[in-house]
Design a protein around this ligand. Structure first.
Ligand code: ADP
Length: 495
């Protein structure tokens, strides 16, 4: 009784207090001396007296469990309590008294009110932000969705799938395998995931969602649950698509007159229309250089829009990684010589299933960046080799490096580490965004690592191909072997 956190009071059937523990003293304010021998009626607020006689019920043999009522402290304060009472019997089993266990409900009620307030706030925030939340208990394979997530999926609040498999069934069939693979990989690695996918509502409507998730680990580091959010980004994507399309149309319309301006400037510069005075030639040169830059920018804008929207059909073919690296090195040979930077390759013969022109474009882009940001006398290295079911390409330089907080953002359109980069280095800030679009269209990944002042390494992966034993080898119409078998079905290579 002494160590109990809750008040315990012993009573005779007449209501005389026979036991009074320290917790009772703390709650009601009466000392042991004051309470023992006094009537329990002193704890009942006057307005409740006579309405319920709990003691009489216990006297009749009833066991009371958690009866919510009010009691009154010595200073008159009304206290919300929950009382449990059981009879005390003598050795002949006759009821001679009662033991009352009391719980202070004020904290409980405050906690309940606070929880309810937080639940409402969370629901309102989700509704305003257009996102919902989910929680997946992996051990029990049960999934819980918030009301807002149900609404995004076009379901009645509370009526959501309750297993992971059930959730997958709501995802667009074309995106299902990717979502499953990403969630399982995040679970296996214990890392967060973030991906876009489509869902199908019961009425057939398709929405685009941005899903984020994170593994919550238990005490021993074991993955127990995954929590996350789903945000409806259908309208945002629609607006972006319209914006990209507009940019594309405008750029396309600009390209034709610009090409003719560039052509005319070229003619003027060459002197076939007559020699220009020195100042005139300088002006024409500046105009020609700037129209070259504009043409590059417009081509990049058109490229990124067409690759990003899937308008450019990637033509995955069987190609050799080392050969592509070799060709990329040749194409930047002159720039490297001018920059006095040595370029070398370390390659393994690996076959990949990708569009060779686009891989070359990616490699050349990374190489020109590496050269652009390398001081004279330093080296640039290109590596390629197999890593699991993928081919890994890496371009490393010993240049100025990239700050850690820019390593992700430089892959977004028009993002540069320094605003002066476009002016001084002649870039558009679109090169890496194009590289990312190309690599992702092939089902690969691209990322950068760097140490400021020491250099940077840009890496990307593409699906590798394996050639199985030709038994018997099928041949194409012209008799050439056609045994290219794709290990990774993302690179659809015609056999
Ligand atoms: P651009 O080179 O045309 O400006 P990119 O998208 O190719 O556009 O590159 C974006 C920015 O990333 C560059 O402007 C530069 O600030 C940074 N960057 C890219 N590659 C490197 C590199 N190898 N070393 C240092 N910074 C780099």
């Amino acid at each position: 009784m002494d160590s109990s956190e809750d008040p315990i009071i012993g009573l005779t059937l007449e209501g005389v207090i026979t036991d009074w523990n320290p917790a009772a003293q703390r709650l009601y304010g009466y000392s042991c001396e004051e309470a023992l021998g006094a009537s329990i009626a002193m704890l009942v607020p006057p307005e409740l007296r006579g309405s319920t006689n709990l003691l009489a019920r216990v006297g009749a043999g009833e066991v009371l469990r958690q009866v919510d009522t009010q009691r009154m402290a010595k200073d008159g304060e009304r206290i919300d309590v929950s009382i449990s009472m059981s009879p005390i019997r003598d050795e002949r089993h006759a009821i001679v008294g009662a033991a009352a266990f009391t719980r202070d409900n004020r904290v409980h009620k405050q906690t309940e009110a606070m929880l309810e307030r937080q639940r409402r706030q969370l629901a309102e925030a989700q509704s305003v932000g257009g996102f919902g939340s989910w929680e997946w208990d992996m051990g029990a394979d049960t999934v819980e969705w918030s009301e807002q997530l149900c609404r995004i999926y076009g379901l009645e609040p509370g009526r959501h799938p309750v297993t992971f498999e059930g959730c997958l069934q709501r995802i667009h069939p074309d995106d299902r395998a990717r979502v499953q693979a990403d969630a399982e990989a995040a679970y296996a690695r214990g890392t967060p995931f973030s991906l876009e996918h489509r869902i199908v509502r019961p009425d057939g409507g398709v929405r685009t969602l941005h899903a984020r998730g994170e593994v919550a680990t238990g005490e021993h580091g074991t993955a127990l649950r995954m929590l996350g959010t789903g945000q409806d980004i259908t309208e945002r994507r629609e607006i972006e698509r319209a914006k990209d399309e507009f940019t594309s149309v405008v750029s396309h319309e600009l390209r034709t007159p610009l090409t003719s301006i560039r052509g005319s400037l070229g003619l003027l510069e060459s002197g076939v229309l007559g020699e220009l005075p020195e100042r005139g030639r300088r002006m024409v040169r500046i105009a020609a250089e700037n129209s070259d830059r504009l043409v590059r920018l417009i081509n990049d804008i058109l490229d990124i829009e067409r690759i990003g929207s899937g308008k450019i059909d990637m033509q995955p073919q069987r190609c050799d990684a080392a050969e592509l690296v070799e060709r990329a090195l040749e194409s930047v040979g002159q720039i490297a010589a001018q920059a006095q930077v040595s370029v070398s390759a370390d390659t393994q013969p690996v076959t990949l299933g990708a569009d060779p022109d686009r891989v070359l474009q990616t490699l050349t882009n990374l190489l020109s960046n590496a050269l652009k940001f390398s001081p004279a006398g330093t080296a640039v290295l290109v590596c390629s080799g197999r890593r699991g079911g993928e081919v890994l390409f890496q371009v490393s330089d010993e240049g100025r490096g990239i700050p850690a907080d820019k390593l992700d953002s430089i892959f977004q359109r028009f993002q540069q580490v320094d605003a002066s980069d476009s002016r001084e280095m002649g870039g558009t800030g679109l090169g890496l965004a194009i590289c990312r679009a190309i690599v992702e269209q092939h089902g690969g990944r691209i990322w950068a690592e760097s140490e400021l002042g020491k250099g940077s390494t840009f890496s990307f992966t593409l699906p590798a191909l394996v050639e199985r034993e030709p038994a018997p080898a099928p041949t194409t119409a012209d008799g050439a072997p056609a045994v290219v078998v794709c290990e990774d079905e993302r690179a659809r290579v015609p056999a």
